[in-house]
Design a protein around this ligand. Structure first.
Ligand code: HEC
Ligand code: HEC
Ligand code: HEC
Ligand code: HEC
Ligand code: HEC
Ligand code: HEC
Ligand code: HEC
Length: 371
């Protein structure tokens, strides 16, 4: 009889630990790491005697694309297999560098062929996270051109130092993602964002859907009456009309973006596009894909293809925001290119450049008028 107690006690202990919250189960849970690493004061002493913070912001990490996709601390810090609390630091304090390419193989391969990979020479190169960050990576697709560039390229480059051959540099940098010219292997598309003329701000997807009295699932069905999965000009105009009925004076801001594909990492010296006609011709292959976008709750976005001719409509042309009224102009510049060759363009452009302040003033007047 008595001997069976010998087994019952360990069984109890075993069961006790089995049904504890997961954080007791081993080294696999983020919460265990956060017990120390959510302490803002936590530091370590580097080899040169410098102190470096080892704080990880729990809130920002929770909202990162990695956490949302269940990538845990130890999926990246893969050489931590368990924590040993007998030691002052419960894991090696000389961890191996994280290998982003372990999961992002295609990007890592594409990155091999890049000025940045080779930048440092002598085996040192710019790591993935110099552009992307590591603990707080967010889904990129929903960002505007300026948000993308501020987060990446502008950390290290000042594009105003170059590009003197490009008129209206700022307009280009505001509407064309750096990678569109600098990673010419990557396909690209025009992205139309909903802009509220009265509020002077981009419209949130929720507002658009609420005003149309629909949801993500039924958005396309509502507009695409002929069911060809493309929003044509008349369907597009119907959408604008419906929004206006809900008192939203909508207009569209165009941006030229690269597709999210690994070849976007092929950035190399001397390979960028500069020929005006690649973009400023009515037939430009750069403008074949035109989409409007809505954000989903998870930070991802849905693209809806629209007919290219939408770029010529009143709503895309006629926005009085900075950078407005230009898509038609792309074609106009292109037309001049076609008819008269480059010299005429130069005359045309210098006239436009000279008259730019005047036009801007006119535009501001109109802004006041419409506001
Ligand atoms: C008991 C507290 C504690 C826990 C729990 C803890 N750490 Fe640490 N961690 C530290 C301390 C202290 C350092 C600084 C070590 C040093 O001085 O070099 C550190 C350093 C680090 C470093 C930087 C060191 C390097 O070599 O790059 C990483 C990465 C790290 N921890 C990840 C983790 C992960 C992931 C977990 C969870 C699996 C975790 N830690 C759990 C205390 C802790
Ligand atoms: C997407 C991969 C990834 C995930 C997930 C991740 N880390 Fe890191 N972590 C890195 C990279 C990259 C570095 C930079 C140094 C290196 O390469 O090891 C780093 C550095 C650190 C450092 C050193 C201090 C610093 O900020 O540079 C600590 C501490 C750390 N991580 C803890 C954590 C903890 C705790 C978690 C989970 C909450 C976590 N990491 C999740 C990639 C990741
Ligand atoms: C010089 C800056 C830079 C470096 C370094 C860099 N990237 Fe990127 N990465 C970008 C840009 C730009 C995009 C496209 C986002 C955009 O359009 O704004 C991108 C997109 C991505 C995407 C999403 C697109 C896709 O292919 O699904 C992933 C994943 C990615 N990078 C991973 C990596 C990895 C892994 C490394 C290292 C091997 C790396 N990146 C190095 C700039 C960089
Ligand atoms: C353990 C696997 C793993 C590791 C290691 C890892 N990632 Fe990721 N990463 C993912 C998953 C899963 C996603 C979400 C699905 C997707 O977009 O591919 C993701 C998404 C991303 C995205 C967003 C792509 C988009 O569509 O917006 C970027 C950028 C990115 N990772 C960069 C990095 C960088 C930089 C590192 C190294 C510091 C890294 N990842 C390490 C698994 C990983
Ligand atoms: C972490 C800093 C850093 C970031 C972020 C960065 N670059 Fe660079 N880039 C460099 C360095 C350093 C070189 C120089 C390489 C060399 O001289 O070998 C370089 C070189 C270049 C070159 C070749 C011309 C030259 O000056 O050598 C181009 C083009 C370029 N980068 C574009 C970009 C674009 C576009 C982005 C954003 C997607 C970007 N870079 C992000 C650091 C960075
Ligand atoms: C309209 C196309 C276009 C856009 C947009 C553009 N660039 Fe460039 N850029 C070029 C061309 C063409 C060159 C000339 C050198 C070359 O071919 O690499 C150049 C040169 C450069 C250089 C110097 C290269 C050298 O060899 O010295 C850097 C750095 C650079 N660009 C970064 C950027 C950044 C950062 C952005 C985004 C803010 C950007 N560029 C936007 C076309 C463009
Ligand atoms: C990669 C595509 C691309 C290239 C290459 C390009 N542009 Fe542009 N350009 C654009 C876009 C996009 C806009 C802004 C459109 C908008 O406002 O919606 C723009 C705007 C302009 C404007 C401003 C129009 C205004 O009303 O302010 C001028 C002028 C212009 N481009 C001239 C040129 C010239 C000249 C070249 C060749 C040296 C050139 N562009 C090369 C895409 C490009």
């Amino acid at each position: 009889m008595k001997s069976s107690y010998i087994y019952i006690l360990p069984t109890f202990i075993f069961l006790f630990f089995m049904f504890q919250p997961f954080s007791y189960c081993g080294a696999t849970e983020n919460s265990e790491c956060f017990e120390c690493h959510s302490d803002e004061a936590l530091e370590r002493v580097e080899s040169e005697g410098m102190k470096a913070g080892i704080f990880v912001n729990e809130y920002k990490f929770k909202n990162s694309v990695h956490n949302i996709n269940s990538v845990a601390c130890i999926d990246c810090h893969a050489d931590i297999t368990e924590l040993n609390y007998d030691l002052e630091v419960p894991h090696s304090s000389n961890l191996a560098p994280v290998d982003c390419g372990a999961c992002h193989e295609d990007e890592a391969e594409a990155y091999e062929n890049s000025v940045h990979k080779k930048a440092g020479g002598k085996g040192i190169s710019i790591p993935c996270y110099a552009c992307h960050d590591y603990h707080y990576v967010r889904p990129l697709e929903g960002y505007t051109v300026t948000e993308r560039e501020n987060e990446f390229c502008l950390k290290c480059h000042d594009p105003n130092k170059f590009h003197d051959w490009l008129p209206q540099k700022e307009t280009h940098f505001d509407h064309v993602e750096c990678a569109v010219c600098h990673a010419p292997d990557a396909p690209r598309h025009i992205h139309l964002r909903f802009y509220d003329l009265v509020e002077n701000a981009y419209l949130e997807s929720d507002e658009i859907l609420a005003a149309l009295n629909t949801d993500h699932e039924n958005f396309l069905k509502l507009l695409d009456t002929n069911k060809n999965l493309i929003i044509e000009v008349d369907e597009f105009e119907k959408m604008v009309f419906l929004l206006r009925q809900s008192n939203i004076r909508v207009t569209f801001r165009g941006e030229l973006l690269s597709e999210m594909e690994p070849v976007i990492h092929h950035i190399n010296r001397g390979e960028a596009k500069r020929e005006c006609e690649t973009c400023h011709l009515p037939t430009s292959p750069f403008f074949e894909a035109v989409t409007i976008v809505l954000d989903n709750e998870d930070g991802r976005i849905s693209h809806y293809e629209v007919e290219r001719r939408v770029l010529e409509t009143y709503y895309v042309n006629h926005f009085y925001v900075i950078g407005g009224t230009r898509v038609r102009l792309l074609d106009r510049i292109g037309l001049v290119l076609l008819l008269g060759g480059v010299s005429v363009v130069l005359v045309h452009l210098s006239v436009r450049v000279v008259t730019a302040p005047l036009r801007r003033r006119k535009k501001e007047k109109k802004d006041e008028f419409t506001a």
